[in-house]
Design a protein around this ligand. Structure first.
Ligand SMILES: O=P(O)(O)OC[C@H]1O[C@H](OP(=O)(O)OP(=O)(O)O)[C@H](O)[C@@H]1O
Ligand SMILES: NC(=O)CC[C@H](N)C(=O)O
Ligand code: SF4
Ligand SMILES: [Mg+2]
Length: 473
């Protein structure tokens, strides 16, 4: 059995990319684009390409470097392709559930890749089951492909629009036929999706701007919530299928998921994380000798704390760069060893110091507890911890597999109880207002904060008493 990180999955995503360009070697460019988006999903990945007649897929388990270890398929002469890196949310991590999905339908072949998670999976699955539809995967994504291919509308755009109005939840999608590329974003805009131009006059659609940068493409604009973008020989056309009562961009993209060198919906991620550090300084004013981060996810907020406070930043923890994300889950006894293998303390930096340690989040509290112990063993005098996510008290249903509720430490314990549990001298979580101030490019009312404040913008699926979500298997 495969596990996704040393503590089970918690906070990954999926990444999508699509390219329409007549001159580029599409498979190679998809490969590079997916490499740049690898942080969004490490379980499996793949690409779909057209040779102008058929759509072919190349997919596999693991990192993109593993999927293409025998090389990238030679250019088939087509000019459209899409790609996906997966972190499973609905449908387990196995070879059956790799994206992109490609099917034959009455209007020809279609391939599709999805970032996000649907919240009406059960209802749709039951409805399609009842009408005799059979499924090859257990992913929510297959429902989307099914709805589009079963639609009786005349054009593909109309089929897509009709299908998007049937699905609920979070979805940023790239899709292709043999002569068209599509980018689709749900009406709340939970997950990012942007459009860029290649140097050769083609188009790229990607989850994050770092995917455009990797291809030398120039950012044009974000796909708007509720928008369907169609790219063909005739250029780019934009359609809207619906409008939500409010925009709800995932605040966790800014805290953790997205790469710091990306810009999402006009907000630079790096600057937002620096601001989070500054807000945490304003909220704590800790008297300390040193600021350190839990690398890599805490780096930028730690620098922000240091810049605002004037307390020097230094590397007190070093991350083993060869530690893969796919890792055999250690048992409870081995967990400490697993953290020690991933992170080690630089004794000469921390010895005798009062330290502000910055990380992006506390989920189960395991990592920070072990790190605190390591810092003390190395001679740190005091450990104050600052966390750039507010306490995660509620599950996410929109594409991030935060744990079931009962496993979220902040759903059961108060901040003071968590402080004692992880063993730090002081503990501070950024306030929700501080977090929103740190993301000035997005108005507070346009940010999803549901895992912090229980304000889910959509209906959420029914869970069992343990807070476990409905699964298709
Ligand atoms: O409270 P816990 O349940 O221990 O989880 C919290 C930790 O998990 C994440 O890091 P992770 O090690 O998963 O990956 P990263 O290297 O991408 O930060 C997160 O950045 C925290 O450091
Ligand atoms: N993390 C994601 O965006 C997952 C996409 C889709 N729900 C899947 O499980 O494959
Ligand atoms: S619930 Fe949390 S992780 Fe999920 S979309 Fe909303 S802010 Fe993001
Ligand atoms: Mg981390």
């Amino acid at each position: 059995m495969m596990y996704d990180s040393i503590w089970d999955k918690q906070h990954e995503e999926c990444g999508v990319i699509g390219i329409f360009d007549k001159t580029l070697d599409i498979p190679r460019y998809l490969y590079w684009g997916l490499f740049a988006l690898q942080h969004r999903g490490q379980e499996s990945g793949g690409i779909a390409l057209t040779d102008g007649h058929d759509i072919h897929t190349y997919r596999g388990m693991g990192l993109i470097s593993t999927v293409f270890e025998k090389g990238v398929p030679e250019d088939l002469g087509g000019h459209i392709g899409i790609g996906h890196v997966r972190y499973s949310t609905t449908g387990s991590n196995n070879p059956r559930n790799i994206q992109p999905l490609a099917v034959y339908s009455s209007f020809g072949q279609i391939a599709l890749a999805h970032n996000g998670n649907l919240t009406n999976t059960r209802e749709l699955r039951e409805e399609l089951d009842a009408s005799g539809v059979t499924f090859q995967t257990t992913m929510d994504t297959e429902l989307i492909v099914n709805l589009i291919s079963r639609s009786r509308q005349n054009t593909i755009v109309e089929r897509i629009k009709e299908s998007m109005n049937r699905i609920q939840g979070a979805f940023s999608i790239v899709a292709m036929t043999k002569d068209r590329l599509y980018g689709i974003r749900d009406a709340y805009g939970f997950r990012p999706l942007c459009i860029g131009r290649t140097t050769t006059g083609g188009w790229v659609i990607a989850s994050e701007t770092c995917g455009l940068d990797a291809l030398g493409a120039t950012f044009v604009r974000d796909v708007q919530p509720g928008e369907v973008v169609e790219i063909s020989e005739d250029g780019v056309k934009s359609y809207f299928y619906g409008k939500a009562d409010r925009k709800q961009v995932c605040s966790f993209e800014y805290i953790y998921f997205a790469r710091p060198d990306s810009v999402i919906d006009g907000q630079d991620i790096y600057q937002a994380r620096l601001n989070m550090g500054k807000e945490m300084w304003n909220e704590t004013q800790y008297d300390a000798d040193l600021v350190i981060s839990v690398p890599d996810s805490g780096n930028t907020a730690a620098i922000g704390y240091s810049m605002a406070s004037g307390i020097p930043f230094n590397h007190g923890l070093i991350k083993n760069r060869y530690m893969g994300r796919t890792f055999i889950k250690p048992n409870q006894k081995e967990r400490e060893l697993a953290v020690r293998m991933k992170l080690n303390v630089v004794k000469s930096v921390v010895q005798g110091k009062r330290i502000v340690m910055v990380d992006d989040s506390i989920v189960r509290g395991t990592t920070s507890g072990i790190i605190c112990k390591m810092l003390r063993e190395a001679g740190a005098r005091e450990v104050y911890m600052c966390v750039s996510a507010p306490p995660i008290m509620y599950s996410c249903f929109y594409g991030i597999d935060t744990s079931v509720r009962k496993e979220l430490i902040a759903s059961a314990l108060s901040v003071e109880e968590i402080r004692k549990y992880i063993g730090v001298d002081k503990l501070h979580f950024i306030s929700i207002d501080g977090l929103c101030r740190a993301i000035p490019g997005i108005p507070k009312e346009d940010l999803c904060l549901a895992c912090f404040n229980n304000d889910y913008p959509t209906d959420i699926p029914v869970t069992n008493e343990e807070g476990e979500k409905y699964a298709l298997e």
